[in-house]
Design a protein around this ligand. Sequence first.
Ligand code: MD6
Ligand code: FE
Length: 201
Amino acid sequence: MRTKLEIRGVEILKGYLDPQAQADMVSDIREVVRAAPLFSPETRFGKKMSVAMTSAGTYGWYTDRRGYRYERKHPSGVHWPPIPERVLAVWRDLVSAERMPDCCLVNFYREGAKMGLHQDRDEADFSWPVLSISLGDAARFRIGSVERGGTTESVWLDSGDVCVMGGEARLVHHGIDKVRFGSSSLLSDGGRINLTLRVVD
Ligand code: MD6
Ligand code: FE
């Protein structure tokens, strides 16, 4: 069942994708990963991220000691594959049919992976929301404020949930505390995929 939740201006659409739509999207992502293999980059502080990632679209998000940025090519030198049509359809339905996202970042969480509190602010234009799609194991998503520090609230994101971070909430701090590894049967070897769609420039 689809239900809607709002936490600190972040919209969470529980159960947006039904199980068949989730499985179809996983096969789309497997194709993206075949063209642009997952890698675990280093943060600008030189620490290897626990999350593995890749991207689709005109730009891919990238990080190393030179900092966080968008790149037109995968580290192997190939262009990022196109954003799958079924992924774009979610954006079209919930954000806009006029402006498509430039980047679909694919984050893959293996056992023990997490993501610290951060803001999505490497884009040139914050007037567009960031939309995320969760697939596979459940994860505890923490939401803070636009400013650093202060209190936070958390919510469990399950497979098929979609999250829209726009308007006043576009720059709130957020992160993944932990993944309940093996809680979903969508991915045969367990783990969690999160897709984030952004307008970059
Ligand atoms: C994740 N998500 O769910 C990490 N960013 O694995 C994000 O960092 C995120 O879910 C911007 C908007 C929505 C998100
Ligand atoms: Fe983020």
